[in-house]
Design a binder for this molecule. Structure first.
Ligand code: SF4
Ligand code: SF4
Length: 425
């Protein structure tokens, strides 16, 4: 880290020894997994820097924004519309949910058989190791899966300002009406928090900022269709993870600079893995920082990941908001329309997800799909069996894995992934 941030962390109420231990594990994991890769694009040095400063410089920037009167809003889900937050000159940050922490304390509040993602959110709060959760002026929960929905009742007593957004469970006209009503309610809440009245001009600005981020990611995705692939799945996942908390303008610029470099690689036929390396599409639960276990297993077992059908991936970033409207109402409708297309497994039925996974498989020239579910995640686990059956009926080789954040099953997972990749060859 470029400077000593201990005073800043102390002021946020972090438990410094526990936080030191977390940073040590994170740093070591990053070095072993990311820095050990060969032939990485030079543009990834920006993302290495971001990760090295993830609890340092970025947090300082957020605190500086707060000192200048701006508000910080934390969220756990891609249904929380960043456009509305940006329209009020506030900042949206994704909250860390990718590692186990303070599990014993967490299991005093949540059942043991809760998914690792929810437990992680509680663990970072209870263990006092997350500067983002402590910096947030408001945290947005959303009524998606039952686990999250019910756990927010408990989280409400642990954080200073939890706002819960209701979400539809069906892609019906009533479902869209509910999403629209909830986005209007959210806009009003953001206006109250920030003291900013969100009009059409502000919404347009918010849409433009977020659409630019998404367009840069779309460009990155399209470059991953090449064989050999110019960037590893691990590095592309990292870019998708950083999407959630970096400054948006800087992020967009850095992704575009990375893409300039990758375009040259593709033109020269250069890649990170040899041409013909089995190409995997990863589909399922989102992978938040520092959940890198399954991608690392895949890419150290002779395969490469060419796309993520995931909320930290294409499910989260595909589709732009139509910015052609001229009134606030039209622009709000466009924001609703874009988000209503997200095919999260909480929707029933959810045929769009299967269709999207199939389109991605073909579009990215993949050879197989690995369906990843977190243990105890009912929506994705329930959906994984019909999805696997439907994909196999289309002759798409599919492997279903179910895991958590521990490293105990690495050997077993690696054996299964290696056998799957061998079969693809
Ligand atoms: S998987 Fe569903 S609940 Fe989770 S971030 Fe995506 S949309 Fe939200
Ligand atoms: S991983 Fe599954 S159970 Fe966990 S929060 Fe997401 S949808 Fe809910």
């Amino acid at each position: 880290m470029s400077q000593d941030y201990r005073k800043m962390w102390e002021s946020l109420g972090l438990d410094l020894p526990a936080h030191d231990a977390l940073l040590e594990v994170l740093g070591k994991g990053y070095k072993d997994i990311f820095m050990a890769q060969e032939n990485r694009p030079k543009g990834m040095s920006y993302f290495d820097f971001v990760i090295s400063e993830v609890h340092g410089l970025r947090v300082k920037e957020l605190l500086d924004e707060k000192a200048a009167g701006r508000k910080i809003i934390g969220s756990f889900c891609v249904f929380v519309p960043e456009e509305i937050v940006r329209a009020a000159d506030a900042t949206l940050v994704g909250l860390c949910t990718g590692a186990d922490f303070a599990t014993e304390e967490v299991e005093k509040l949540l059942p043991r058989n809760t998914c690792a993602l929810i437990k992680s959110a509680f663990g970072f709060k209870l263990g006092k190791v997350c500067p983002y959760i402590e910096s947030a002026d408001m945290i947005v929960g959303e009524n998606t899966c039952d686990g999250k929905k019910k756990s927010y009742e408990t989280l409400n007593g642990l954080v200073k300002y939890l706002y819960v957004m209701d979400l539809p469970q069906t892609k019906s006209s009533q479902g869209r009406a509910l999403l629209k009503a909830e986005y209007i309610r959210f806009k009003e809440e953001v206006e109250k928090l920030t003291g900013v009245k969100i009009d059409a001009a502000r919404l347009k600005k918010g849409i433009e900022i977020v659409n630019s981020k998404r367009k840069a990611i779309h460009r990155l995705n399209s470059l991953r269709k090449a064989d050999p692939v110019p960037i590893s799945g691990l590095d592309a996942l990292l870019a998708n993870q950083v999407y959630f908390y970096d400054d948006p303008g800087r992020f967009t610029k850095s992704i575009n600079a990375l893409c300039d470099e990758l375009e040259k690689r593709v033109q020269k036929g250069e890649g990170v893995f040899p041409k013909g390396t089995p190409r995997i599409l990863l589909s399922g639960c989102p992978m938040a920082v520092p959940n890198w276990k399954v991608p690392w297993i895949i890419e150290s077992s002779g395969g490469t990941i060419v796309g993520e059908e995931s909320c930290v991936g294409e499910r989260g970033t595909r589709n732009l908001v139509d910015d052609s409207g001229s009134t606030a109402e039209e622009l709000m409708d466009a924001i609703v329309d874009r988000h209503f297309q997200i095919d999260c497994a909480i929707f029933t039925p959810n045929p769009d997800r299967l269709q999207h996974a199939t389109e991605m498989f073909r579009g990215y020239n993949a050879n197989g799909i690995i369906h990843y579910s977190l243990q105890f995640c009912q929506p994705y686990l329930m959906e994984s069996i019909p999805v696997e059956k439907a994909l196999e009926a289309k002759n798409i080789p599919t492997l279903r894995v179910e895991t958590d954040y521990s490293m105990e099953d690495v050997g077993q997972l690696k054996t299964r992934v290696e056998a799957f990749i061998e079969q693809l060859k």
